[in-house]
Design a protein around this ligand. Structure first.
Ligand SMILES: Nc1ncnc2c1ncn2[C@@H]1O[C@H](COP(=O)(O)OP(=O)(O)OP(=O)(O)O)[C@@H](O)[C@H]1O
Length: 278
């Protein structure tokens, strides 16, 4: 469903953030993107939905080349790609429900969308999603009164309002405590399975990534240096991705998705959709 070939990104500053990235994602497949600061993880996920314009190479989503798209066609393609990014955080003064409904219109300007009428189906979908992410009864709470974990749940529900096929998720657990981080990862995996969603999750926490995510892609200096199962992220892979370090303490804490009880959940969508990517 997502095909990336020889993707390059050179910023105006001359920084070469991506140097020939190629990867394929099957429907329902969930990938953890790891790598040191500056490796190009954010650039890669932003090139997929053209928040960042690639310098060369191809991004094909659902069989359609994203590069030539502009205007209405680009907006339509983007509606199928849900984003959970820090900078698309909630509108603080609005309620949970208002934040959710603003997501229904995808990328249209928020205040333009604000004056439109939402139909009953959107509102009922919003209530369903709120209940599903564990926020039933919180629709009238203001966003600025929520905890970090609750905010992330609203962000997830908002991304799902537009009924995407692919989720791009930037650091979903960055500011959360360990228990909440695990709950959020579990929720993301369950929702991906329920909605047959593929996802790319940019995540710094390698232990969390390998426990929950079946496939890991390691980036270093704009290149993929590891692409394989979580169980294969050993000391040698970590050295390729992050450089020399004594990784033994970290690998001892890792319970890769292959051995973890989450594996069955994590692999379910891929197994159910073991079809050629379009
Ligand atoms: N808007 C920009 N203009 C110029 N250079 C940029 C821009 N955004 C990123 N870069 C550069 O591109 C490279 C990759 O950055 P990117 O943010 O994609 O890495 P990252 O792996 O997401 O890092 P982090 O984990 O710290 O978020 C870095 O050298 C960075 O300085």
């Amino acid at each position: 469903m997502l095909h990336i070939h020889a993707l390059e990104k050179r910023y105006a500053t001359g920084d070469r953030a991506l140097k020939g990235i190629s990867l394929d994602l099957a429907p329902g497949e969930i990938v953890g993107l790891i790598g040191p600061s500056g490796a190009g993880k954010s650039s890669l996920i932003r090139c997929i939905n053209r928040l960042v314009t690639p310098s060369a190479g191809q991004v094909a989503f659902l069989g359609r080349d994203m590069n030539p798209l502009s205007g209405r066609q680009l907006r339509a393609a983007r509606r199928e790609i849900g984003m959970i990014f820090q900078e698309y955080a909630l509108v603080e003064r609005l309620t949970v429900m208002e934040n959710l409904l603003s997501g229904r219109l995808g990328y249209t300007a928020f205040w333009a969308s604000w004056f439109r009428r939402f139909d009953a189906a959107d509102i009922s979908r919003a209530y369903e999603l709120l209940a599903r992410v564990g926020l039933a009864g919180m629709e009238n709470k203001r966003a600025d009164a929520l905890s970090g974990g609750q905010r992330q749940r609203v962000g997830i529900a908002r991304a799902l309002m537009q009924q995407p096929r692919l989720l791009l998720i930037d650091e979903p657990t960055a500011s959360l405590d360990p228990k909440t981080s695990r709950q959020i990862m579990r929720l993301l995996l369950e929702l991906c399975r329920e909605h047959q969603l593929a996802a790319i999750i940019n995540i710094h926490d390698v232990v969390l990534a390998t426990e929950f995510l079946p496939r890991i892609i390691g980036l270093r200096s704009g290149q993929i240096v590891y692409d394989g199962p979580a169980a294969g992220v050993d000391e040698s892979a970590l050295t390729r991705i992050y450089g020399d370090e004594d990784w033994s303490a970290l690998t001892q804490r890792m319970e890769p998705a292959a051995a973890s009880p989450h594996r069955a959940e994590a692999l379910a969508p891929t197994a159910a959709l073991a079809v050629a990517s379009s």
